[in-house]
Design a protein around this ligand. Structure first.
Ligand SMILES: Nc1ncnc2c1ncn2[C@@H]1O[C@H](COP(=O)(O)OP(=O)(O)O)[C@@H](O)[C@H]1O
Ligand SMILES: CC(C)(COP(=O)(O)O)[C@@H](O)C(=O)NCCC(=O)O
Ligand SMILES: [K+]
Length: 248
């Protein structure tokens, strides 16, 4: 069995593949303790390999790899920055600075699409990346995700206070809010939609209609309805991870 890990800033996404590459376990966890609990529940777990992509600090990433070695006697292969993989050219001035999650997502998207693509990843941060038909990564944009926007408002104001429970209920429509929770939740949601629309417009300017949109990240569902043609792929980064870190 193979363990795959995608360590984002807020959550660790993990899954276990069997010999036939079927997914036999997985989850989204907030800590390494929870990860170990999840792994304990995979029946007949015997790991022959592990691979990981992380946007966390080197110390935190190495600590997790060490823990997996102690616990399962498995060496974790880590995705590293690269200038080119499978015809995709990293577009950053310094290719090592591009977030590895973004890099793997665009490598996967380009392999799946075989043409120009716009990749949107809605996690702690919201990112967009543009890959041209010839595989050239043109760069992208980073902005705060909805939980960050919401928390910044709460942290830096005196009177924006409301229950998380009320947040979801406030989003049943996007008319002007008549309470703090509605005003903030709908406002942040509209900012996110505006961002996404702008990315689409830019992609159309570049490529007309000949491009594909890929949507991933824990909050992908919040813009799915305004992107009916998008391919919603929760496992996009794992697909890229398999390409970047092949196992014998
Ligand atoms: N099962 C889940 N556990 C935690 N967060 C989830 C889950 N499903 C969706 N989410 C949403 O996903 C967001 C985090 O997305 P994710 O892509 O995991 O972020 P990151 O990669 O930055 O850690 C959270 O803000 C939350 O709203
Ligand atoms: C932009 C990110 C913070 C996104 O992280 P995530 O929301 O997936 O946790 C991450 O890709 C990152 O740390 N990138 C390095 C900076 C850059 O890509 O320019
Ligand atoms: K992200």
């Amino acid at each position: 069995m193979i363990l795959e890990l995608d360590c984002g800033n807020s959550f660790i996404k993990w899954r276990v593949l069997d010999r036939q590459s079927a997914v036999v376990g997985g989850g989204v966890v907030g800590s390494t303790e929870e990860l170990l609990v999840g792994l304990d529940k995979v029946s007949g777990l015997t790991l022959r390999a592990a691979r990981m992509v992380s946007v966390r600090s080197d110390d935190e990433t190495s600590a997790l790899a060490n823990l997996l070695f102690e616990r399962f006697a498995v060496t974790t292969l880590r995705a590293r920055p690269a200038e080119v993989i499978e015809g995709v050219t990293n577009g950053y001035d310094d290719y090592q600075r591009l977030g590895l999650d973004r890099w793997l997502a665009i490598v996967a998207a380009y392999r799946l699409a075989g043409k120009a693509c716009l990749v949107l990843d809605l996690g702690t941060a919201v990112t967009s990346d543009f890959v041209a038909a010839d595989g050239a990564h043109l760069g992208g944009f980073i902005c705060p995700g909805v939980p960050l926007m919401r928390n910044q408002l709460r942290t830096h104001t005196r009177r924006i206070r409301y229950d998380d429970d009320a947040a979801e209920r406030a989003l049943h429509d996007l008319t002007p809010g008549r309470s703090t929770v509605e005003a903030v939740e709908r406002g942040c949601s509209l900012m996110l939609r505006g961002f996404v629309q702008t990315q689409l417009e830019l992609a159309r300017e570049y490529w007309g209609e000949s491009f594909e949109v890929f949507l991933t990240g824990g909050d992908a569902g919040s813009v799915e309805e305004i992107l009916p043609a998008a391919r919603v792929m929760p496992d996009l980064i794992f697909i890229g991870l398999a390409i970047a870190c092949p196992l014998p």
